[in-house]
Design a binder for this molecule. Structure first.
Ligand code: SF4
Ligand code: SF4
Length: 373
């Protein structure tokens, strides 16, 4: 992997080159929070931010997506070409890149490749950047505090420079087009990188034990913990809407009354919604809130491990920050391990004051009419 550096004073110049490669998306302020969006000006871009409200997943698996039009007279017209718009996604933290790598296993590397997701991934350049962890991050416990693939360029803070990892040939194209902006790092730069890398890892204050968690979940399937959590959970679905690795979706055909022409639409769904496991005939396999919140934990921390070899959680801390009931995944893991009691979780979870609208998914209004609006 090629390693370079760029003076921080030249980042504006570097940024002026990026639109050549596609439309720019980057973290910007949204109320008192942050969101990936198209910045009006480069000065709007926030490089030092704790986490965005919605993860970059929204750019690859949009909250609501028109897949194709259908018309009995004209057949169907695909909207796949729109998914192939070239984009540059700047300022993605390592755990969010890891989240995309996890989604790749489901949508791009399995037996069923999703052409919409794959087109967006192929046409989006990813530029990562360091994060200073706050109390909500536990990416180190999830081995997602560092990522060695899934980015084109990755910027690490060296003080007055950025150290730049060049991950792909597309990243190298940007370097080549940037001409003399990039320099060769010195031995001193590498030592500074190592010092900062160590101190960033030491800055993680929240840790969870992940070893043998699938086995402990196996033992605790009938634990009272799930009933206690079910009594508090509002089934609002916010935790899955903000999660970089949740990927449940619903597909529906929308046609005007009396018409046989319409659109096939895909929207985000959540296993926390009461209608998620409802099937024809009225049977609901996860009727209770306890069963639904239990399912979310078991899928992420046990089922995904069995299928893909690692949990589908990257320790971003978004679910705890967005939960109106103060349910914190790290405390739930401690409760399951017998390291915390039912009152051990945070009751004052950081709110999401800026409220980037959490996408309404089918059935959300059936459970809770206001949360997540
Ligand atoms: S489960 Fe929570 S902490 Fe883990 S990746 Fe999803 S939102 Fe982040
Ligand atoms: S955000 Fe909290 S209250 Fe809402 S569904 Fe998730 S765990 Fe339940």
């Amino acid at each position: 992997m090629k390693i370079l550096k760029i003076p921080k004073t030249d980042l504006d110049l570097f940024a002026s080159i990026l639109p050549t490669f596609g439309e720019l998306h980057a973290p910007v302020r949204r109320g008192r929070g942050f969101a990936f969006d198209r910045p009006a000006l480069w000065s709007d871009v926030q490089i030092n931010y704790p986490r965005t409200i919605l993860p970059p997943r929204k750019l690859f698996l949009p909250p609501r997506e028109l897949m194709f039009h259908f018309d009995p007279a004209e057949g169907y017209s695909s909207l796949l070409a729109e998914a192939a718009t070239p984009r540059v996604l700047f300022g993605v933290h390592a755990y969010d890149i890891y989240g995309l790598n996890i989604l790749d296993r489901v949508f791009a590397q399995g037996p069923f490749r999703d052409p919409y997701y794959v087109a967006r991934r192929q046409h989006t350049i990813i530029i990562g950047v360091d994060v200073e962890p706050d109390e909500g991050h536990f990416a180190r416990s999830m081995n997602a505090d560092f990522v060695d693939s899934g980015f084109d360029l990755f910027l690490s803070d060296l003080g007055d420079h950025w150290l730049v990892l060049v991950g792909t040939s597309r990243g190298d194209d940007i370097v080549v087009m940037s001409g003399s902006l990039f320099e060769t790092p010195s031995e001193e730069d590498f030592n500074e990188y190592k010092r900062r890398s160590t101190s960033r890892r030491a800055a993680y204050r929240t840790h969870v034990e992940m070893g043998d968690l699938p086995e402990i979940l196996e033992m605790e399937y009938h634990s009272q913990v799930w009933e206690d959590l079910g009594a508090r959970c509002l089934s609002c679905g916010s935790c899955s809407m903000v999660c970089p690795t949740c990927y449940c979706f619903d597909v529906a055909d929308e046609a005007a009354l009396g018409s046989r022409a319409g659109d096939r639409v895909r929207t985000w769904d959540s296993c926390l919604f009461k209608t998620h496991a409802l099937v024809a005939g009225g049977e609901n396999f996860r009727h209770s809130r306890a069963s639904r919140i239990k399912f979310r934990f078991y899928h992420k921390q046990r089922g995904f491990v069995a299928e893909y070899g690692r949990p589908s959680c990257v320790g971003c801390g978004r679910c705890a920050a967005s939960c109106p009931a103060g349910i914190d995944i790290t405390t739930v893991i401690k409760m399951i391990r017998g390291q915390a009691d039912a009152h051990g979780d945070r009751t004052t979870a950081a709110s999401n004051p800026s409220r980037e609208p959490v996408p309404a998914a089918p059935g959300a209004h059936l459970v809770h009419p206001t949360v997540g609006a």
